[in-house]
Structures are given as structure tokens and as C-alpha cells.
Design a protein around this ligand. Structure first.
Ligand code: RIB
Ligand code: CA
Length: 318
């Protein structure tokens, strides 16, 4: 795959993680998957990643990562993704096991081997990458970019102020945002509005294709949970939004600004404090902000063409 962007996905499958994997495997050069605690235990998120690969007949190395956050107890959220972490459909048993190497080593070795070329997608709690940075600080220079689904430029989901991936390990997120690597962040303010509606689910189901039909069943479960909990009318494709820009660069609009993670706030622990003071509605992405920008932060998505691209990609699987 000479011209496709090289990517490693660190994830906690998770319904939207699963779609991000299938999308990246088709559209990009997906070199490896590393798994982390988050939507479920790391054992279950690893098993779910392997089952998604078995469903699609994909052979991508999966390395299991850390089971607990850096500096707090793991939070358990079966509410959104179900008891298994990927409820709503019967997935095939994994046909492969995780590779022997630990996720932290795989992140470091893959970035070292592909210096300046590797995009690392962090779409779960950022524990593995933060631990990798602690072990090898040069990692921040080796990666081409870190693309994060996490945080928010406005509201949270797991608390009014904090989005789940950052809230689940704020110390890790703080270390990642401060590491100096180029960062692209798509937060909950954008991703909650970017997802499959019932028409998309029906289209996948009507295709008669095994992969798209299974994803349709998973998304039906996920949409119902999101509708019941947040009143959303779409199954939000949070994690896919972190990957789409490497295929369709214009579908999400970003602004360069400063992002800091609140660690001490009683009501705001895990909040990504994004400096939007100079970002007026419709502001171009080169608007100047206070301080030294450390991230590009997503402001809005063209959700319909983005989702159409994702559905069209899923329909290419048998
Ligand atoms: O808040 C959304 C994030 O939390 C997504 O990555 C989803 O998979 C869950 O991990
Ligand atoms: Ca996730």
C-alpha cells in the first residue's frame, strides 16, 4: 500500500471503535491495533477487536494493552456498549490471538520503524500511549500525527464537562496533549452529531451482506442506548471521526488552539479546556489564539457526506 496513510489504532471496542477499524482497514494502511481498558475490560476490548477482524476476514496484528488508568481506578461503563462491550449482534469467535508483544512496545516499535509516517489514532482512554511516552519520550517526535477522539470543545458526555475517553484517564490525556507531537482532536461536540441514522442502518441491513448486516445489528443496539441516554437520533461514530480526515480531509473543520486537561476540578476533572476565545462562528482554521497552540480542535463536520463515505466503505465488505 505505497500511497495510503500508515495508521495504528489504539482502541476499546466498542461499537464505534469497531467501525473505525473496518473503515481504516479498507481506506488506509492499518499496520496494527492496540487495545486498552475503557468501554469494557481490556480482555473484552481485545476479544472484540479480534472478533471484528474475524467477521471481516482481516489479518491485522492486535496487541493487548493496559487494564487500568495511570492514576485512578478503572471506571466501568457497560451502559453504552453492553455487557460484552459490543452487544447487539452475534460476532464470530476470534480466529487469531493477540500477538505476544505488549501494546506499549508495539506503539513504540511501529513509530520507530515508520518515523515521520505513522498516524496514531487514540480512540479510547489514552493510557497506552501515555505509558509509551514515559518509556520512550522520542515517540512524540517519531509520529507524523496523533489523531484523538476525545475531549470536547464544549459539553461532555460522561459528566457535563468531560468526555469519556479523557475522563477515564485524565492523567494520560494530560501527558499526551503536552507531549509536543502534532495533534488533531475531534471531541464530543462534533462526534455526537455525526453518526448512523435509522436510514443508514436499514441500508446496511438491506444490503444482504454479512459484514454490513452485522454492523447494522450492532448499530441498532447502540442507537437505542444513545437515544435512551442522550436523546440522540444517530448512533454516533465518535471514533471514525478521528480516522476520516486521512481519507476525506475536508469533512471535518478544525482550528488550531491550546488544549489543557483539568485534573483537579471537583466538577470538571477530565475536561479538555480548549481556548476558543478568538474562535468566532465561521472562523477560518488559521485564527490566532492565546498561547502556543498544541492541537487542532474540530469545530464541525459535514456529517452526511462523512457518514455516506463510511457506509459505502462498509458495503465493500462481503
Ligand atoms: O465518548 C466517546 C468515546 O467513548 C468513544 O471512543 C467511545 O468508543 C467510547 O470509548
Ligand atoms: Ca472508543
Amino acid at each position: 500500500m505505497a500511497d495510503k496513510t500508515k495508521i495504528l489504532i489504539d482502541c476499546d471496542p466498542g461499537h464505534d471503535d469497531a467501525v473505525a477499524i473496518l473503515f481504516a482497514a479498507r481506506q488506509l494502511d492499518l499496520l496494527a491495533i492496540t487495545t486498552v481498558h475503557g468501554n469494557n475490560t481490556v480482555e473484552n476490548t481485545t476479544r472484540n477487536a479480534l472478533s471484528v477482524l474475524a467477521l471481516a476476514g482481516l489479518d491485522v496484528p492486535v496487541a493487548q494493552g493496559l487494564a487500568d488508568p495511570l492514576a485512578m481506578a478503572r471506571i466501568s461503563v457497560a451502559a453504552m456498549h453492553g455487557k460484552s462491550g459490543l452487544d447487539g449482534a452475534t460476532l464470530p469467535e476470534p480466529v487469531r490471538k493477540p500477538i505476544a508483544a505488549h501494546a506499549i512496545d508495539v506503539i513504540i516499535e511501529t513509530a520507530s520503524k515508520h518515523r515521520g509516517e505513522l498516524v496514531v489514532a487514540l480512540v479510547g482512554p489514552q493510557t497506552n500511549f501515555a505509558a509509551a511516552l514515559a518509556r520512550e519520550p522520542k515517540l512524540a517526535q517519531w509520529v507524523r500525527e496523533i489523531t484523538i477522539m476525545g475531549g470536547s470543545a464544549t459539553l461532555g458526555n460522561v459528566t457535563p464537562a468531560a468526555e469519556f475517553n479523557v475522563y477515564a484517564d485524565p492523567e494520560a490525556a494530560a501527558a499526551v496533549f503536552a507531549c509536543g507531537a502534532p495533534i488533531r482532536m475531534v471531541g464530543y461536540n462534533v462526534t455526537r452529531l455525526t453518526g448512523f441514522d435509522q436510514g443508514d442502518i436499514d441500508r446496511m441491513k438491506a444490503s444482504g451482506k454479512r459484514v454490513a448486516g452485522t454492523i447494522a445489528d450492532l448499530m441498532g443496539f447502540y442507537l437505542e442506548r444513545q437515544r435512551r441516554t442522550f436523546g440522540l437520533t444517530v448512533a454516533p461514530m465518535h471514533d471514525v471521526c478521528a480516522v476520516v480526515p486521512y481519507v476525506a480531509p475536508d469533512f471535518i473543520r478544525y482550528v488550531e488552539t491550546t488544549v489543557q486537561v483539568e485534573l483537579a476540578g471537583t466538577l470538571t476533572r477530565g475536561m479538555t479546556v480548549c481556548d476558543m476565545r478568538t474562535v468566532r462562528p465561521g472562523a477560518r482554521s488559521d485564527v490566532k489564539v492565546a498561547g502556543t497552540p498544541n492541537a487542532r480542535v474540530a469545530l464541525e463536520s459535514q456529517n452526511r457526506p462523512l457518514i455516506d463515505l463510511v457506509v459505502d466503505t462498509l458495503l465493500t465488505y462481503s
